[in-house]
Write a protein that binds this ligand. Structure first.
Ligand SMILES: C[C@H](O)[C@H](O)[C@H]1CNC2=NC(N)=NC(=O)C2=N1
Length: 105
């Protein structure tokens, strides 16, 4: 499991470059995908299985045609850690497996 030690600013910049499509918004990193509602439910179940496995959970906002993930580490006061970027990578892989299309801005 990735560690839950707050990252420094430079480490966050490096991690963001290595997680293309994820945006830093306030205290979290976030990404939105386009997916049909029912497909989004199936994707969430898959993500939840992985979240339980790694002990790290995203905030998930499912809408009619899209799903948004927001990730930050609560245990260290809502700061960004390696665990957030680890989960982001895993969500990207699951999204691809479910045919979810990134809505990157
Ligand atoms: C005990 C349990 O592992 C911790 O509370 C985990 C659960 N999931 C978590 N998820 C996130 N995003 N941040 C955390 O600090 C966190 N802590």
């Amino acid at each position: 499991m990735s560690d839950k030690v707050p990252l420094g600013e430079e480490e966050i910049e490096v991690a963001l470059r290595e997680a293309p499509g994820w945006n830093r918004v306030g205290k979290e990193i976030t990404r939105t995908y386009s997916i049909r509602y029912h497909g989004g439910i199936a994707m969430i179940v898959h993500v939840a299985d992985i979240e339980r496995l790694i002990g790290h959970h995203a905030d998930i906002d499912l809408r009619w045609g899209s799903i948004r993930f927001g990730i930050t580490t609560h245990d260290v006061g809502h700061k960004l850690t390696g665990a957030d970027f680890d989960l982001a990578r895993r969500i990207d892989a699951i999204a691809a497996a479910h045919g979810a299309t990134p809505v990157d801005n």
